[in-house]
Design a protein around this ligand. Structure first.
Ligand code: RTP
Ligand code: MG
Length: 148
């Protein structure tokens, strides 16, 4: 089963959007296999966004992502990498469709609410960067057994 790395960025944590965002992925039908609130070190931020090193927005991006707690998550499901990117919407919230996370809650590109892996390679790389193996959980969901 495919896994992706999603991260609720500092702006969304400050704006009390963790529950709203987690709820969307739960309702969609994906499974949360790991999650933690964390403050990212500059070193980890630079590794995570290394593909953007040297770009005009790179320094601002690293400053922003380290500016407060983020909520890091690993989600599992069929084609979850592509599906999550669709649910997030385009990078610039102005271009993101209404109904997407960035389209509904974001205003500007440099505070765009959520990160999501953009390929299988990035997902693997980012999951390894942020989570230890023992922080990821394999379990079955069976609602009926938990009602009474
Ligand atoms: P992310 O990596 O955060 O999920 O976002 P993304 O794939 O949609 O966009 P990406 O091209 O990877 O850019 C990473 C983050 O850098 C900021 N950015 N600013 N000013 C700009 O032109 C610009 N372009 C990108 C955004 O915050 C974006 O999420
Ligand atoms: Mg990206």
């Amino acid at each position: 089963m495919e896994r992706t790395f999603l991260m609720i960025k500092p702006d969304a944590v400050q704006r009390n959007l963790i529950g709203e965002i987690v709820g969307r992925f739960e309702r969609k039908g994906f499974k949360l296999v790991g999650a933690k609130l964390m403050i990212i070190s500059k070193n980890l931020a630079e590794k995570h966004y290394s593909e953007h090193e040297g770009k005009p927005f790179y320094n601002q991006l690293v400053r922003f992502i380290t500016s407060g707690p983020v909520f890091a998550m690993v989600w599992e499901g069929e084609q979850v990498i592509t599906a999550a990117r669709k649910m997030m919407g385009k990078t610039n919230p102005l271009e993101a469709e209404t109904g997407t996370i960035r389209g509904d809650f974001g205003v500007v590109t440099h505070r765009n609410i959520i990160h999501g892996s953009d390929s299988e390679e990035s997902a693997k790389r980012e999951i390894d960067l942020f989570f230890q193996e023992n922080e990821l959980h394999i379990y079955k969901k069976d609602v009926d057994n938990w009602l009474s």
